[in-house]
Design a binder for this molecule. Structure first.
Ligand SMILES: C[S@@+](CC[C@H](N)C(=O)[O-])C[C@H]1O[C@@H](n2cnc3c(N)ncnc32)[C@H](O)[C@@H]1O
Length: 289
């Protein structure tokens, strides 16, 4: 009995070491730092690949990965789930339309937005469409720039093409489809003027942001894959990347905790809108004088 439990302990230990090794191999060979993801999440995703490659253990999977480096692409695809829709969570877009965007467009500066974890592009295109719908021709005098980033190259390539099937555009109103898409064969393609304000970039959220002074950052339905520490790290990166008084929107099931919860001010719990506090007026006065 004792022998059996010792051998089970050893097997667990070896499997866990091999699991950690797979994480390191992904960082070294595919450039994705997995340290911020929750282990339970990673194990669930890795096990899909173990089954698909007929690897009974992590140790066998490591051998498979060494012999078949192309498997890293499958692994990355399985790690990053790209589900998204146009105008996902309508109440968030209503909040943007009626409360947030009009405030941002009061300033004289160009408006800078980051859609972080944009998957196949539906979120940044929805934002660009909304801004066009609200401000129309006035946009000529008031530029807007949307950076849309994701770690998944395939998703980004689809986003850049901006071509969607009938199921994907089913959440867009017929009037908007008419105005903002062209119909070609089985696809609806986002019009160039909607695309022109968006720049797509491959970016791993575990890294510090390359851009700063954002007015608004949306990072929705991405944090669910990250550990608490990973989430803190990313939310603090967003805090630094926002201008004073800038806004952040998270996914509806995502909750801020720890330092980010103390630093950000919650504006709306339902739509998960937060604000980086504006600079106190006397500091702005000191800076100007
Ligand atoms: C479920 S989609 C969310 C899409 C969109 N934000 C929405 O709410 O509909 C999650 C996206 O997060 C991306 N992602 C996961 N880990 C990432 C990381 N470390 N850096 C950047 N993007 C990541 C995935 O590739 C995926 O496209």
């Amino acid at each position: 009995m004792l022998e059996q439990s010792k051998s089970a302990e050893l097997t667990n230990y070896l499997e866990n070491s091999a699991f950690q090794k797979v994480k390191r191999m992904i960082a070294e060979s595919a450039g994705l730092d997995c340290s911020g993801y929750r282990d339970e999440y990673l194990k669930r995703r890795f096990e899909i690949r173990l089954r698909a490659t007929g690897s009974a253990t992590y140790a066998r999977y490591i051998i498979y990965l060494r012999k078949n480096p192309a498997e890293f692409t499958n692994l990355l695809n399985d790690l990053t789930i790209n589900y998204t829709t146009f105008f996902r969570d309508l109440d968030v877009y209503e909040y943007l339309e009626h409360k947030l965007l009009p405030k941002l467009f009061l300033s004289k500066n160009p408006v800078k937005i980051w859609s972080a974890g944009c998957a196949t592009g539906e979120e940044p295109y929805s934002l660009s469409i909304l801004v066009n719908k609200i401000f129309g021709k006035r946009l000529a005098n008031h530029p807007i720039r949307i950076i849309a980033s994701d770690i998944d190259r395939d998703a980004l390539a689809k986003a850049q093409r901006g071509a969607y099937g009938p199921r994907q555009i089913s959440t867009v109103s017929p009037k908007m489809i008419d105005e903002y898409f062209t119909h070609e064969g089985d696809s609806w393609i986002v019009k160039d003027f909607v695309k022109s304000v968006i720049r797509f970039e491959r970016f791993d959220l575990n890294q510090a942001s390359l851009h700063v002074n954002f007015d608004l950052i949306l990072c929705r339905n991405v944090m669910i894959y990250f550990s608490k520490e990973g989430q803190h790290h990313i939310h603090m990166n967003f805090y630094r990347a926002l201008r004073d008084g800038g806004y952040m929107i998270t996914g509806k099931s995502e909750i801020l905790s720890g330092e980010p919860a103390e630093k950000f001010q919650a504006l709306d719990y339902i739509t998960r809108v937060y604000q980086k506090p504006p600079k106190p007026a006397f500091e702005t006065f000191k800076l100007k004088n």
